[in-house]
Unconditional design. Structure first.
Lengths: 336, 263
């Protein structure tokens, strides 16, 4: 019944094509299982992230006991075990006052690196330097932390912080209590977070600038623009969605950083009194307090809630960022 | 018309606006253009045709020093704009590119409004608002786009159709009042209707400018050009009036290429 292969190739043979095999009707045994399940297997990995998020959120929710703390949970005083003061406000504020300046610095530096690499440096040089940015991204955060604690802190303590104190002391926030000699505190925390957010901001800004079509760049030059003018008027506006995603992801990186910031921040559960002060972030506190919470179920559930808050803030920033970026890309094209 | 830094146009119209003398462009291993000699007279449209990879694009990119943006290419010979060598050491490529405009294969509008696109070159040159306004109006008219966009100049340029975008690119190049306009296969990404409109624009513009059109389409060259230059493997095969080259090609290769048989 099945025609020989060559017959199909000659126009003279008008034999019908072989009928498709009818769907298998038998049940049980190895074949039907593989027929029914295997085709769906390739879809499964797509749901792994959903499962992970669900597992984390559900477990944290199960651990937490908001009713134990009530609204006080969002208060600003934290004393901890043996007291009624379990407020997390200090830590949330601490996270923002370290992450936002760090993001600011790393965006500027990242933009500078990306522009130099994409626009100005010869391809050979920039390809060499790009490798170092990738390398920077691969350094474990604890290495940044120990380096900051051992080698950078003394410079901050003996040089940078006193200099700022003496010269900018008149500006609110820069005066007040003299900076500690250890060099630990907000400036070092911001410095380390800047370095840690730097690879992600640089990489994303660089990719955004590189995605600019060559002809668009050349069109600017063909109109008599210099490279700087092309960059400012064509490349940066064209890449703004990418630059914004760099900011949002960089923020996520800085906001969630734990070990390094715990090592260099001089952790204390109070609001920073000036720019040299110590403070604490949500992530660093989670890490720092885990030991003391062991065996104290109230304390543990408080930590679970703290983790949920951290998750909620980063997730919110992420979602808002995505919405913002997709709106931006739409406006760019359609002018909605 | 004359800008500071560029020589005044000569009194007679016989002197070519743009001329190429012994132009050779080398890549690392290959010669992209081999000793080209070619004149571009005032108010004319010269079509540069030839098979893919023959150096058409390299030729037009040499005419406004765009070729220098590609690393590894070396340019020898002379390209004269109104008698002055544009590759002379004292010449600023930015000034050259303002006098010799360029339109690319695909529309390359910037992510900004129609008006700001057309005004781009003038803003860079720090012209005042009144001058910009007048030049933008004029350029959009010349490019045959004015009637379609006059009421929505604030609209994002990326929301225009492909053909409109390409005419906006032409307007943008014209707004800085160049003498020469280089068109590198400007209709290759457009549908037939949009192609027709761009061709109509080119026919109108050649009354005022020196146009150099790169095209792989002999029919297009026949429709719009005054002169045809045939290129093969970096060498100029022949150049002459469009009708002459199409009807009585001097070279075997031109004949073959025109009837569509050359490689």
């Amino acid at each position: 019944m099945v025609p020989a292969a060559p017959a199909l190739l000659t126009p003279e043979s008008r034999q019908p094509l072989p009928e498709p095999t009818p769907p298998s009707t038998h049940r049980g045994g190895g074949r039907p299982f593989s027929r029914r399940i295997l085709p769906y297997l390739p879809y499964l990995p797509a749901f792994v992230p959903v499962a992970i998020v669900a597992a984390i959120v559900l477990e944290l929710l199960a651990q937490s006991r908001f009713h134990n703390f009530g609204w006080e949970f969002f208060g600003s005083t934290f004393v901890g075990p043996g007291s009624n003061d379990w407020g997390i406000g200090v830590f949330v504020v601490g996270s923002f006052v370290t992450a936002i300046p760090a993001l600011f610095f790393s965006m500027f530096l990242g933009l500078g690196i990306a522009v130099a690499s994409v626009v100005y440096l010869p391809r050979v040089v920039s390809r060499f330097l790009d490798g170092f940015v990738d390398l920077l991204a691969g350094i474990p955060s604890v290495v940044y932390g120990i380096w900051g604690y051992l080698f950078v802190a003394p410079y901050f303590g003996s040089a940078l912080n006193p200099w700022l104190f003496h010269h900018l002391g008149g500006i609110p926030g820069f005066g007040g209590l003299p900076p500690p000699g250890s060099g630990l505190g907000l400036p070092l925390g911001v410095f380390i977070l800047t370095l840690m957010a730097l690879p992600i901001t640089t990489l994303l800004i660089r990719d955004a600038l590189r995605s600019l079509p060559r002809e668009l760049w050349e069109s600017g030059l063909a109109l008599g623009a210099t490279r700087w003018e092309c960059l400012r008027k064509v490349a940066l506006p064209h890449s703004r969605a990418g630059i914004l995603s760099a900011a949002f992801l960089g923020f996520g990186r800085a906001f969630g950083e734990t070990v390094a910031i715990a090592m260099v921040l001089n952790l204390v559960a109070h609001y920073p009194s000036n720019v040299y002060s110590g403070t604490a972030t949500v992530a660093a506190m989670l890490f720092e307090l885990l030991d003391s919470a062991y065996g104290n179920s109230l304390f543990l559930s408080w930590l679970a809630e703290l983790a949920l808050v951290l998750l909620a803030i980063t997730a919110t920033v992420n979602v808002v960022g995505r919405l913002f970026i997709s709106r931006l890309s739409a406006t760019q094209i359609a002018g909605v | 018309m004359t800008a500071a830094g560029s020589p005044a146009p000569p009194a007679t119209t016989d002197i070519p606006v743009l001329s190429v003398e012994g132009l050779t462009v080398r890549a690392k291993r290959r010669v992209l253009l081999d000793d080209l000699n070619l004149d571009f007279p005032p108010t004319s449209l010269t079509a540069v045709v030839g098979p893919s990879g023959c150096g058409k694009t390299t030729l037009v990119r040499s005419l406004n020093r765009m070729v220098e943006l590609t690393p590894g290419l070396r340019v020898e010979g002379v390209v004269r704009y109104l008698g002055q060598d544009i590759y002379a050491p004292a010449v600023n490529p930015v000034v050259v590119r303002r006098r010799i405009g360029m339109v690319f294969q695909r529309p390359t509008v910037f992510p900004m409004s129609v008006y700001e696109n057309a005004a781009f070159g003038l803003r860079i040159a720090h012209e005042d608002e009144e001058t910009i306004d007048r030049a933008v109006n004029d350029a959009l008219r010349q490019a045959g786009l004015w009637d379609e966009v006059r009421d929505e100049l604030d609209r994002p340029a990326l929301s225009l159709s492909g053909g409109q975008q390409q005419r906006l690119c032409i307007a943008r190049a014209l707004a800085v009042e160049p003498r020469v306009l280089l068109l590198d296969e400007p209709t290759s990404a457009l549908d037939p209707a949009a192609t027709q409109r761009v061709e109509a624009t080119m026919r109108r513009l050649k009354e005022r400018y020196v146009l150099v059109l790169v095209t792989h389409n002999v029919d297009q060259a026949a429709r719009v050009s005054d002169r045809i230059a045939v290129l093969r493997a970096g060498k100029l095969v022949e150049v002459g009036l469009t009708a002459d080259v199409l009807e009585r090609p001097r070279e075997k290769f031109s004949e073959q290429f025109i009837i569509g048989r050359a490689e």
